[in-house]
Design a protein around this ligand. Structure first.
Ligand code: ZN
Ligand code: ZN
Length: 434
């Protein structure tokens, strides 16, 4: 839905935008781009449409890897704006470009994600999910609308850009698969800098959170099969009790983490599922444990699969059983580049005010497959405040309802960051000019 007719925006762009400082200088080629290009007025004009789009996406959520309708809508919008669009990049992903092509042209990318979750919505909103059992409970509808907002604001500047901008609308973030699909289809080829955004219920709308270094954790999925030998429950000494050994694995792994790994590099292992056994009085010969693993340090992360395997094998063999251990890395940590984060923080400070740009002290043990996209490319992802006057329920909750005022904040921070990055790459005097 592109019509603004039904859209009823709840929030205007922050008033602080009115006072955004100009003051171009040789050290900051893009400090007044926002005003020179008239982006403030363009955003105000676009906002009703963007909120309408966000609500349409919210009402029509699609699961990871099945974002066909979402992708078709996004691709149509982008084409109408004059972006060069490629669909089916990473299955249902959409790639769009604006600005000059050819060798030597600086290339910067913005990634937003599109997928929803298997959650039954309970917000009671007029634009609540119309797809039973599915909900945009992680704000990816808002991310996609931010991406479309950036596309809309920057489209009229195409002829004036001295660098190229690539937008990546990514599928399947929730299953940590979509980034890898897009990379395999060449989405990151030639990209010199990458920006990303995620809504953040702990921050008030109008503010953003930034951080250099680790932003999210490395995450892995752990499956342990404990193999014992069945027998009569009355005579456990004649068998090898897989349930008893599994219990040793669950507690022993926690003890080993606290005694054998450096507490300054935290590691979390949580088992979320345990299955095994058949009857009251039959010793189980097989137990399966499924868990998630999180850590922040890349070196620790690299060693973890081998360390977990050795520890689990030792625990099982020490109690007469055996183990099969499978570890799948689902996402490395997101590592925010210092210079790029600074660029984004300065753009946000100029737009929102210094108090609205919050340097986060701690990374999150959540995972984000943005890390798969970034690889060795300098990248930064920031937290977009979505808490309204009454706060905001957590991500993935069935009552998650981000304040839509965040949409304008995301669009302006990212649009200006992209323009400034291009301005910084261009030879002196050759930056984007009105
Ligand atoms: Zn999520
Ligand atoms: Zn998310």
């Amino acid at each position: 839905m592109t019509s603004a007719a039904q859209a009823q925006p709840q929030a205007a762009p922050p008033a602080s935008l009115q006072g955004a400082p100009a003051g171009p200088g040789p050290a900051d080629a893009g400090s007044d781009l926002w005003q020179r290009f008239g982006l403030e007025a363009a955003l105000a004009a676009a906002l009703p449409d963007l909120i309408g789009l966000r609500r349409h996406l919210h009402a029509h959520p699609e699961l990871s890897g099945q974002e066909q309708q979402t992708a078709a809508l996004i691709a149509g919008e982008l084409r109408a704006l004059g972006w060069r669009v490629r669909e089916a990049v990473g299955r249902t992903g959409v790639l769009a470009e604006l600005g000059p092509e050819g060798p030597g042209v600086p290339l910067v990318a913005l990634r937003v994600d599109m997928d929803a979750l298997p959650v039954e919505e309970r917000t009671g909103l007029a634009w609540a999910s119309t797809h039973q059992g599915l909900m945009h409970a992680c704000g990816h509808d808002l991310h996609s609308a931010v991406g479309l907002g950036v596309a809309r604001l920057l489209a009229p500047l195409a002829a004036q850009l001295s660098g190229r901008i690539r937008l990546l609308f990514q599928p399947a973030e929730e299953t940590a698969e979509g980034a890898a699909w897009m990379v395999a289809d060449g989405a990151m080829e030639g990209v010199e800098a990458l920006f990303g955004v995620h809504v953040f219920p702990s921050l008030a709308v109008g503010s953003i959170g930034v951080r250099t270094g680790s932003l999210t954790a490395a995450a892995g999925e752990l499956e342990v099969e404990v193999l014992g030998e069945g027998g009569h429950g009355a005579r456990p000494h004649q068998s090898t009790d897989a349930i008893w050994i599994a219990a040793r694995v669950v507690s022993g792994l926690q003890e080993a983490i606290s005694r054998r790994l450096d507490a300054l590099h935290p590691v979390v292992v949580s088992f979320g599922r345990i299955e095994g056994g058949k009857a009251y009085n039959v010793i189980a010969d097989h137990v399966r444990l499924l868990g998630t693993v999180r850590c922040l340090d890349l070196e620790v992360h690299a060693r973890l699969p081998g360390w977990i395997e050795d520890t689990v094998q030792a625990l099982c063999q020490g109690h007469g059983g055996q183990a099969r251990v499978r570890y799948r890395c689902i996402a490395p940590p997101v590592k925010n580049d210092g210079r790029l984060t600074q660029l984004l923080a300065e753009a946000a400070t100029d737009l929102l005010g210094r108090d609205q740009v919050i340097w986060l002290e701690q990374p999150s043990l959540g995972a984000e497959d943005f890390a798969q996209l970034q690889g060795d490319t300098p990248a930064t992802m920031f937290r977009l405040g979505v808490a309204g006057p009454n706060g905001c329920t957590p991500l993935h909750s069935n009552s998650f309802d981000p304040d839509e005022g965040a949409l304008a904040v995301g669009v302006q921070v990212l649009s200006l960051s992209l323009l400034r990055w291009i301005g910084q790459q261009a030879p002196a005097g050759a930056g984007p000019q009105p």
